[in-house]
Design a protein around this ligand. Sequence first.
Ligand code: ADP
Ligand code: MG
Length: 621
Amino acid sequence: MSKQGNIRISSENMMPIIKKWLYSDKDIFLREIVANGIDAITKFKKLVEMGEAESDNSEYCIKISLDKDAKTLSVEDNGIGMTADEVEKYITQIAFSGAADFLSNYEKANGDGIIGHFGLGFYSAYMVSENIEIFTKSYQKDAEGVRWESDGESVYTLEEYKKEDRGTKIVMHISEDEKEFLDEGRIRSLIDKYCSFMPYNIYFNFTGKDDKPLNDTYPLYLKDPKECTEEEYKEFYRKTFHDYHDPLFWIHLNMDYPFRLKGILYFPKVKNKTELERGHVKLYCNQVYIADNIKEVIPEFLTLLNGVIDCPDIPLNVSRSFLQNDRQVQKISRHITKKVADKLTGLFNNDREKFIQCWSDVSVFVKLGCIKDEDFYNKVKDIIIYKDLDGVYRNFDEYLKFLHPEKEDQKEEASKEDSTETKTEKEPETIYYVSDEAGQAQYISLFRQAGLNALVCDTFIDTHFISYLEYKEPTKMRFLRIDADIDAALKSETTNSDDTKELTEAFKAELKNTTIAVKAEKFKTTEVSAVINVAEFSRRFGEMNAFYGLAGADVDRDMTLVLNLSNPIVQAFMGLDEEKRKFVANQIYYLAMLSYKKLSSDEMKDFAESSNCLLENYINK
Ligand code: ADP
Ligand code: MG
């Protein structure tokens, strides 16, 4: 038997799909229904402006009400309303947006402010309702009121209904499973999240007396930045982000061309120095909240900030993948990044003191931004500053100049000579750094005695960041932690390792740690007997592995114990008997290790014993 027929796509087949897949987030139904009411009012206002309709001078507003006994949630507007035909067309035939129709009917009206384009918005209310009623009356003269009702699956009713006022009331009969949406607190928080900047007053459980709208119909970000005061910015921040710490500073975005973009981005104070706290950059479209931290519009590193961004031009679609490839969206995203870079550069150039004050809060954000976005790095590379051991902040060019004040003049001469000769690859400048001022105190003191300086790179992102800098500026600089090697300036003369072979081998033979390498150098200072060095590359490799939880975090096998040939104990070493050599070698090793990092528990026990032994001998001397 064979049979032929048409596959019919009707609302009946589509509803389960809509319910399940279209909106992953049930909460948005209220936004959709309220936004439709806002649209209806906007449309009506436009008709009044064009002389197509007459206003009755009542306040344009949306009233949301909850009736627990009847298990209904209602949204009422005094907008354009619908005739029976329109209900049939716009509501019953789903997936048909009345917004486009309105605009083509009234070409004179520009589309500004009409939200529409979420598509299928009305039907999202069926995610939480078992039944929905619409009571509506069109603005048109002599229009009859209409009542529509449907369970959203198969049948609907459309009938005349005596309605007094123009506008639409949507009554959602909340399903048994979705009772949470009959909770007042829950509804209030939804209004707060989705509707707080909507352009007409929104009342909840309106009584007619002393009612206050829940929303701010003219949020600060819409205003001209020239007219906003510092106090207003702070107040807006507190209210919107419920953060009672004042923000450090902010950026007011305000442009109309080539796309419309308004908003305020706030740099918050960092509360936790070891971990990044996610911020909220809330995206709005015509004052309707869309979502937080949409990565296609707001570059990921900017989501460490708090802010609101309103982009009426964003093509809102149910599918995110569409956003990813949209040129307009990419432009918006790049513009936001540029504004942030401009603000930071402006502060650096115009108010260095304030910039330095804010730097500890902003630096992680800037460094992360550089790593994630090369364009951003190119814009801000000159404002990245580090503190040196004297507590002075400089950017890299300033620091390199500080290290070699004489170089500037040389450079000019060199370039004159260079022009005839073949250019040799420029050696990068070595920049020493410390990652822990207290922990690396002994190395720091050696450095200071030798008249050397170093940068303090102590945020958790610095290891990544300096590697990034070396990769970006291979001929400009390379970084060495202060314990990575012995700089020539610390030595009184260079030592040939063959000359010290006897000493270093004898020393190594006595050590309980059998994996450590031993070498010797003639330091300027006599006080320190030895220090530990770990090659920069090995240490960083270990740190990266530790960061990502991989094996290979242990770098001890690449440690070198550097003996100080100027130190009297080291000088006396070869003259000692076997037993004393063992004691002295390990004690020197422990002391050096203590300045480098913690001892293992076995080593600590051994060190405590040997130290006690020393004290006894001292007392009995
Ligand atoms: P969209 O808003 O994207 O057009 P919806 O499914 O939300 O899609 O709404 C479909 C259409 O139903 C709207 O375009 C509008 O014509 C009509 N409509 C919905 N709610 C209202 C309302 N409160 N007042 C007047 N018309 C409405
Ligand atoms: Mg809609």
